[in-house]
Design a protein around this ligand. Structure first.
Ligand code: HEM
Length: 471
């Protein structure tokens, strides 16, 4: 009794809940990150709300995140149970697996395997440079006419992860590849609404006909597509010649096959493949879509980027990662694209792994935690112009690049993005190569594209058309 009293007396404050509904009727789910930031002004940087009878805590602002993500990271390193995902094995991958030894084994294995397949080495850099070349050819083939680069960005980024995980890239017009990317896109779209939430409360509904079947079928199709790739790998597997992440995983499965408690099972392989492909494609592609949109909207900044490229790299040699050190302006622009684009505004859901305290509040083990990254990337007490696109946030008075502590688009702590290094490399090479070859314009007689984001689980730009002229 005393413990319960301690918990609820010191639990973070929040709006008064209604019986059965909790606070869901008071929340604006279409603009959740903005709604959270507004609530934090009323209830403070650590506040709570209820979904039905379930308590959720939201963390906001740089100071709170520094304390929680950096100093007490393990306390919130768990993930909440997602019953629908558990039924189909998706809680066994890198992203949603419970914190513990199995997650640690899988994360360690994945990082070292991606390194073996080139991460942090010249070989992968060359692969990305080659892919940037294919992307430029596609842009060039539009001959300055208006087009939507949405899928091309996805083609390019998913090919980088595909070459490490599946061992090969795809041609942009390959039917199989187009189908995979279409399913990925649909999953993102359909997964945002109320239906997936209902499936979580009642996972058995996946067997019942209804409008939610569109989402269920799309997810099943996506998984069976990846299953096919895993099956093909099993048939052609040769332990003496490791081709990719899947092969390396099959070898771990073979080594651990007699240990019933081992991490390396087929369900984990499928979920991890699904996670790497999903997390590795959409995030980087969305950031590149913001990058081109912002170049359309801010021609002066585009001009500054062109000037730096001409001065440091010239027009003939292809950009390489080492150039970044000598290009403070581009480096600042890319950081600002990530800050302003704020593409994963609420990170992924966390779950308290043990009882913890933050500021003067007590949060018991087993509570869902939302990390409002948006409130850090746009923290009004930290950034000079939090709601404007302003690359000077990352430049000092002499034009040198400066790191900023509140730059956390990849989150931080135990669950920090596993692909940060890969994403940063891709962003620099794809962006700089495109900017070297083209100048970007709003198509004639078309209105200025919208600058506000669409919120699904990500903040992405509204669809827009672009004209790419060879420089
Ligand atoms: C997790 C951001 C690219 C793989 C995350 C998280 C964020 C994030 C915010 C959640 C961290 C947390 O739970 O606190 C981004 C951004 C990217 C990007 C902004 C690109 C601009 C990538 C790429 C990969 C990747 C290219 C592929 C290798 C993952 C994985 C996790 C993750 C596997 C789950 C980590 C875990 O739970 O242990 N990412 N990411 N991400 N990301 Fe990324």
């Amino acid at each position: 009794f005393m413990k319960r009293r301690k918990i609820w007396n010191h639990f973070p404050p929040g709006p008064t809940p209604l019986p059965f509904f909790g606070n869901v009727l008071q929340m604006d789910f279409k603009r959740l990150p903005i709604c959270f930031t507004q609530m934090s002004k009323r209830f403070g940087n650590v506040f709570s709300f209820q979904v039905g009878w379930t308590n959720v805590v939201v963390l906001n602002g740089f100071e709170v995140m520094k304390e929680m993500l950096l100093k007490k990271s393990e306390d919130i390193a768990d993930r909440p149970p997602i019953p629908f995902y558990s039924k189909i094995g998706l809680d066994q991958g890198l992203v949603m697996m419970k914190y513990g030894h199995a997650w640690r084994d899988l994360r360690r294995f994945s990082i070292s395997t991606l390194r073996n397949f080139g991460l942090g080495k010249k070989s992968l850099e060359e692969r990305v440079i080659e892919e940037a070349g294919y992307l430029c050819s596609e842009f060039e083939s539009k001959e300055g006419q208006p087009f939507d680069a949405h899928y091309l960005m996805q083609n390019a980024t998913s090919n980088v992860i595909a070459s490490m995980v599946f061992g090969d890239r795809f041609q942009y017009d390959d039917d199989k590849f187009q189908k995979l990317l279409y399913l990925l896109d649909q999953n993102m779209k359909l997964g945002k609404g109320l239906l997936p939430q209902i499936l979580n409360v009642a996972p058995w509904l996946r067997h019942v006909p209804g409008p939610h079947q569109k989402y269920v079928k799309c997810l099943y199709n996506y998984l069976s597509f990846l299953e096919e790739i895993v099956e093909e790998h099993k048939k052609s597997w040769d332990p003496s010649h490791q081709r990719d992440y899947i092969d390396a995983f099959l070898e771990e499965m073979e080594k651990a096959k007699d240990d019933p408690g081992n991490t390396f099972k087929e369900t984990t392989l499928l979920a991890a493949t699904c996670d790497l492909f999903g997390a590795g494609t959409e995030t980087t592609a969305t950031t590149l879509r913001w990058a081109l949109l912002l170049m359309l909207l801010y021609p002066d900044i585009q001009r500054g980027v062109h000037e730096e490229i001409d001065r440091v790299i010239g027009r003939d040699r292809r950009p390489v990662l080492d150039d970044q050190m000598n290009m403070p302006f581009i480096n600042a622009v890319i950081h600002e694209i990530q800050r302003y684009g704020d593409i994963i505004p609420l990170s992924l859901p966390h779950f308290t792994y043990r009882d913890t305290e933050i500021q003067r509040f007590f949060i018991p083990k087993g509570i869902i935690i939302f990390i409002n990254l948006s409130s850090v990337l746009k923290d009004e007490t930290y950034w000079e112009k939090p709601h404007q696109f302003y690359p000077e946030h990352f430049l000092d008075a002499e034009g040198k690049f400066v790191k900023r502590e509140a730059f956390m688009p990849f989150s931080a702590g135990r669950r920090v993005c596993l692909g940060e290094q890969l994403a940063r490399m891709e962003l620099f090479i794809f962006y700089t190569t495109l900017m070297q070859r083209f100048s970007f314009h709003i198509p004639e007689n078309q209105p200025r594209p919208r600058e506000d984001p669409v919120f699904t689980f990500t903040f992405s730009p509204h669809r827009y058309q672009i004209c790419a002229r060879l420089r």
